[in-house]
Design a protein around this ligand. Structure first.
Ligand code: ADQ
Length: 796
């Protein structure tokens, strides 16, 4: 098992928790959510938080924010985590539209089919979706490539010979598992979501996702340092593949500026794009990748307010009795080679040796969380650390004084917080650390500002917390001097320092961090370089459109019905939707008196007949397979459905195996809907369906179109775009308006002449000239074209 079985904090991969206390933590909404630290975009500003929430968000990390554990009785327990990333993203993950995809913390070998299904169903209650990994995959992908190759290299530590010998095998597993994550994302999300991938275990995923979904908004955040170019390129065999993997994203985020600079250096070194250092972006042939720093924060309010919690007060009371009369130096870490634990104990030993006056008056409390306990380097570290602690205690300990209190376990939040409050000095000196949250938690837990932080200059946190006593872990004497300085610091000085750092931590907490990243992701993927010339249709532009429309001799309005109806179905009741459709119908009726109107849909002919059958417009159903021309009653079909029975047999079989799913037989296509099925069954059978059907699809020239919890099988080549081309061929228009929203509409936008007004509804990368965000804005726009003079403003 790669993860700690013994109740550790399991703080891997950005999923942070203290102990296993399973209580819901009300998240704070910080007043200055707009005061974000997206340094690299400077003054360009950000979209409102309201608009960024309109698009669904898929979070992907190696671990889910909940862990599954199997009790000895065989019972499966699910532990949600509190704190950290899970808290920061809670305002997003509470929305059922959003999903979190990751490994559930238990190898699939330990689970029966029934148990996997059960886990999937239970996790879904938290909007979480599992990627099941076998023990072998975990060994090679997680313990192997991620933690024995990437982790040390990214922390400037040596890779062991044993790991280096196995690196080819580890690399294969790494790619394979990244691909498994991809398959789950594709099965569970639609094409209009934003995907936020976390950390070094999933660096190939952005590029994999980009090639499957070219229009997706993809963000990536690295929780660990990004090494200097010379270390990266020299020591990492597949470095260029990993960088290419990251360049699949629209936005790549790091904790601090120096990692960002290292990344740009590496991109330049590999010649993978043109690096624009001023705007911290990389221009690729067809798009751009924004790079920025987002220093992660903590749930400040939770730590700051903990001193009022009676449970914390009780713990503090016990600790004060225990350590009465002594100054407490505290370290809190995972047992990891990057954290410099042996070096810290050694510095403390030197302090006692060189400064006898401190003996008996101070105590080092070392709280160490088990981590990656199956990796040899971690086992050896434990042995070395415990031997040194024993040596110090034997050498200097007395009947009444134990110099080092060593705890190898995870503590619940209340006890950890009491320790933070108690400690006079936090001795946080990792060799290298992406950020280090403990430094921030310590300061936030000190309402009386009565503690001193000793911090490594090589922790990302040092770039923010410059009022700490900064030391250099490469020079052990600075650690000793730092401790002495901290222990002797006058109260006035340590309060001043703590106060200034606390303000910094308060103003950039975990909620701001998440909001800033998501806002920046929208901005990056909507940027002109990524094919999005505008972020909104202004009143002026709308007025211009109207005047062009009025002066044109022949006009065409081409509307994708699904782009206005899909967003409504998610948020409105049936009555409001009917009202909307009725209004659309009457607008199109008026418009069609003088204008050619085409309404297209992926839905059936009967849906269009029902909604718009009374109109004198062109109706196009099933993505162009059926067409009804104005004034006609009969539909023209473009494909025969001979293939359907052959495919249907398989789909029906899988539908039976996947309770809750169903097959819709359209006149010329088949759709497998699995939104009501267990996510586990759906994911599993989706892959099998594709495997079985693909050879048949090749014979019959069919496309397999992955939708949002749907798989559609339909004839190749017939699409909205072909209808558009035929229309332009049949007539000559001097005003064309095309409104759409999905991937297929993008090829449609591209097919029209440049003069056409193409309008994208919603967020995301687009080649359209204009953009609106809500279906109501489409109605407003259409109203402008109607000569009745009934003009409504289109909101920008
Ligand atoms: P980590 O290497 O895990 O995180 P860190 O940022 O210090 O390091 O987070 C550790 C977390 O675990 C803290 O929230 C702490 O409270 C908790 N913890 C530690 N010991 C504990 C114990 N004994 N009992 C209970 N809880 C304990 C990685 C990177 C960091 C980066 C984070 C976030 O390595 O550099 O700051 O991700 O991006």
């Amino acid at each position: 098992m790669p993860l700690d079985r013994n109740g550790s904090a399991a703080t891997e991969n950005g999923v942070y928790q203290n102990g296993h206390t399973v209580h819901e933590n009300g998240h704070t909404t910080h007043s200055n959510t707009q005061d974000f630290r997206f340094h690299s975009l400077g003054e360009r500003g950000i979209k409102s938080v309201g608009s960024l929430l309109e698009q669904s968000l898929i979070i992907v990390s190696n671990r889910l924010p909940v862990s599954v554990k199997k009790a000895e009785s065989g019972k499966l327990d699910i532990y949600p985590s509190v704190g950290g990333l899970a808290t920061g993203l809670s305002s997003y993950t509470k929305n059922a539209e959003n999903k979190w995809i990751g490994w559930p913390g238990i190898p699939s070998n330990d689970l029966s089919e029934e148990e996997r299904r059960h886990i999937s169903d239970e996790l879904q209650k938290y909007n979480c979706y599992p990627v099941f990994l076998s023990q072998d995959q975990l060994n090679d992908f997680y313990n192997g490539y991620s933690n024995s190759i990437l982790w040390p290299l990214f922390h400037d530590l040596p890779v062991t010979q044993e790991a280096d010998d196995l690196r080819d095998r580890y690399w294969n597993a790494y790619q394979q598992v990244n691909h498994l994550f991809l398959e789950v994302i594709l099965a569970l999300s639609g094409t209009d979501s934003s995907v936020w991938v976390h950390d070094y275990q999933l660096m190939m995923l952005p590029a994999m996702l980009r090639s499957a979904r070219p229009l997706e908004n993809i963000g990536f955040f690295l929780h660990i340092p990004f090494p200097a170019a010379e270390n990266f390129a020299t020591n990492l065999k597949w470095g260029s593949d990993l960088v290419a993997g990251l360049l699949g994203a629209d936005l790549v985020g790091f904790h601090v500026q120096s990692y960002l600079t290292n990344f740009l250096d590496v991109v330049e070194q590999y010649g993978m794009g043109s690096v624009d250092r001023e705007n911290t972006r990389i221009n690729l042939v067809d798009r751009m990748v924004q790079v920025a720093d987002f220093p992660i924060g903590i749930d400040y309010k939770r730590y700051f307010q903990a001193s009022k919690d009676p449970a914390v007060q009780h713990e503090l009371f016990k600790l004060r009795n225990k350590y009465q009369g002594r100054k407490v130096i505290l370290t809190v870490d995972r047992l990891d080679p990057s954290k410099g634990l042996v070096e810290r104990a050694a510095a403390y030993q030197t302090l006692l040796k060189d400064n006898p006056s401190f003996r008996g008056k101070i105590v080092l409390v070392m709280l160490v969380v088990p981590s990656r306990t199956e990796i040899e380097a971690y086992k050896n570290l434990k042995i070395r650390l415990e031997a040194l602690v024993g040596e110090i205690n034997r050498e200097y300990g007395t009947k009444n004084w134990i110099p080092v209190h060593y705890m190898y376990k995870s503590l619940p939040f209340e006890r950890l917080n009491a320790l933070y409050q108690l400690a006079d000095v936090a001795f946080i000196v990792p060799l290298r650390d992406g950020m280090n949250l403990v430094a921030k938690e310590y300061l936030a837990s000190k309402p009386n500002k009565d503690g001193v932080l000793v911090l490594s200059k090589t922790a990302g946190a040092a770039e923010e917390l410059s009022d700490a006593v900064i030391v250099d872990p490469a020079r052990s004497e600075t650690l000793v001097n730092g401790l002495v300085k901290a222990l002797r610091m006058p109260p006035q000085e340590f309060r001043r320092r703590a106060d200034s750092m606390r303000k910094q931590i308060e103003s950039s907490d975990i909620h701001n961090w998440a909001t800033n990243f998501i806002s920046a992701l929208n901005l990056a993927s909507d940027s002109p370089e990524n094919g999005s010339p505008t972020v909104g249709l202004t009143k002026r532009q709308a007025a211009k459109l109207r005047s062009r429309f009025e002066s044109a001799k022949s006009q065409l309005v081409f509307l994708d019905y699904d782009c206005v109806i899909s967003p409504l179905i998610q948020i409105q009741d049936a009555e409001s939707i009917d009202k909307f459709v009725a209004e659309l119908n009457s607008l199109l009726k008026e418009l069609s008196v003088s204008t050619d109107v085409v309404v297209v849909t992926g839905q059936t002919q009967s849906t269009l007949e029902e909604k718009f059958g009374n109109l004198d417009v062109t109706l196009v159903a099933e993505h162009g397979i059926f067409e009804r021309l104005p004034g006609k009653k009969k539909w023209r079909s473009f494909r025969s459905a001979d293939w359907q029975p052959k495919i249907l047999v398989h789909l029906n079989k899988f539908a039976e195996l996947t309770p809750g799913s169903e097959v819709e037989t359209k006149d010329c296509s088949l759709v497998w809907h699995y939104e009501n099925a267990s996510a586990y069954d759906a994911q599993k059978h989706l892959l099998e369906i594709k495997r079985v059907i693909t050879p048949l699809a090749n014979v019959w020239k069919l496309d397999l179109i992955q939708g949002n919890m749907t798989l559609e099988i339909r004839p190749k080549g017939r699409c909205k775009g072909s209808t558009a081309k035929e229309l332009v061929g049949r007539n000559s228009y001097d005003f064309v308006l095309v409104v759409g929203d999905d991937q297929e509409d993008e090829s449609l936008f591209a097919d029209w002449p440049d003069e056409a007004y193409t309008v994208k509804v919603g967020h995301g990368r687009t080649g359209a000239r204009l953009r609106v965000f809500r279906p109501e804005e489409v109605l407003s726009l259409l109203r402008k074209f109607i000569s009745s003079g009934n003009i409504f403003a289109v909101s920008a």
